[in-house]
Design a protein around this ligand. Structure first.
Ligand code: PEP
Ligand code: MG
Length: 325
């Protein structure tokens, strides 16, 4: 990347009126931490751990998990690392056989559902996360939460695993913040209940778009419908932010939407103060944030919410981005 972007590294993701935005990175492999630090990430907002499963032929052991997480956490120092638990599914199955030839894998046994059904796979991961937590600021996040029962089951399992570790005298931390992905419309609609049972939220727009608009995120023939700027998606995001604020919970956006500068400004205008983007998108998103005031972002959001199609929203956003950044 060019020098101006490099110089951005040490400057905060701060708007022109001095409002700080926490700008974090999404990673899949421990070695990506170097790129995050090089570009001045405030933390790891999404560590997609399923790549540990896809990288090797064998089931990763607790030790494999622990080594990978510790490496990331140590490298990040006192910066937060949000470790997302197993999110295996139709789009991320690797060598693993698809569960019973599901007809609708995106609506099937994936993610937290798969983890809760296969606790022999899930437990070693949870143990490893609690063990790695002694090395830094670790937070755990559950993906694809749809019902309160799922969240409660996952939390209960985490509790049991923590007690096992403590009883065995194994070094660990059991008081880490627990969060959930907001990526299923049902969870958004029930968010006033979910907020009472988690410490933080992170909106996963990739899946939220898919499940809101009934558009397979991997199907090219309907790709034109797959838009995070769709008004229906924006309304769900708006409600999520409203519920988080009301409950005093931190909320972040870690889906691909946050790495598109115009959409990032829209999210900030809607009230988001934390974003997580792929490492290579950090400079361009930071540059956009540093070019605008909160008031400008709020005006963008207010206007964007009046449109009736993703196309109108995008035309408007592109226009504003050109004028401001
Ligand atoms: C998302 O769904 O927006 C997300 C961040 O998770 P993933 O892309 O890994 O499903
Ligand atoms: Mg997702």
């Amino acid at each position: 990347f060019d020098r101006t972007l490099e110089q951005l590294r040490d400057q905060p993701a701060e708007t022109t009126d001095g409002t700080l935005v926490s700008l974090n990175a999404n990673i899949e492999f421990p070695h990506e931490v170097a790129a995050c630090l090089e570009r001045g990430a405030d933390g790891i907002g999404l560590y997609r751990t399923e790549f540990l499963y896809l990288a090797s032929e064998q089931e990763p052991s607790e030790e494999d998990h622990y080594q990978a997480y510790s490496q990331v956490v140590r490298a990040m120092g006192d910066r937060p690392v949000v470790i997302r638990t197993l999110d295996l599914g139709a789009d991320k199955m690797g060598h693993r056989p698809r569960a019973d030839n599901e007809r609708n894998p995106f609506l099937g046994l994936r993610s937290i559902r798969l983890a809760l059904k296969n606790q022999d796979i899930f437990r070693p991961q949870l143990r490893a996360i609690l063990r790695a937590a002694v090395h830094g600021d670790v937070r755990i996040m559950f993906p694809l939460i749809t019902t309160l029962a799922e969240l409660r089951q996952a939390r209960m399992l985490l509790n049991v695993v923590g007690e096992d570790l403590r009883e065995a005298g194994i070094e660990c931390r059991t008081d880490i913040p627990i969060g959930m992905m907001v990526e299923v419309p049902a969870a958004v609609l029930m968010l006033d209940r979910f907020v009472k049972e988690v410490d933080f939220l992170s909106i996963g727009t990739n899946d939220l778009v898919q499940y809101t608009l009934a558009v397979d995120r991997s199907n090219e023939s309907v790709a034109d419908l797959y838009q995070s700027s769709d008004p229906a998606v924006l309304r769900l995001i708006e409600k999520s932010i409203y519920e988080a604020k009301k409950a005093g919970l931190p909320i972040s956006v870690c889906g691909e939407m946050s790495s598109r500068p115009a959409r990032a400004l829209l999210l900030i205008g809607m009230g988001v103060r934390s974003l997580s983007v792929p490492p290579n998108a950090l400079p361009k998103v930071k540059k956009a944030i540093r070019s605008v005031s909160i008031k400008e972002c709020e005006e963008i959001a207010e206007r964007a919410m009046t449109f009736e199609s993703a196309r109108e929203v995008d035309i408007y956003l592109a226009d504003r981005l050109r004028a401001l950044v």
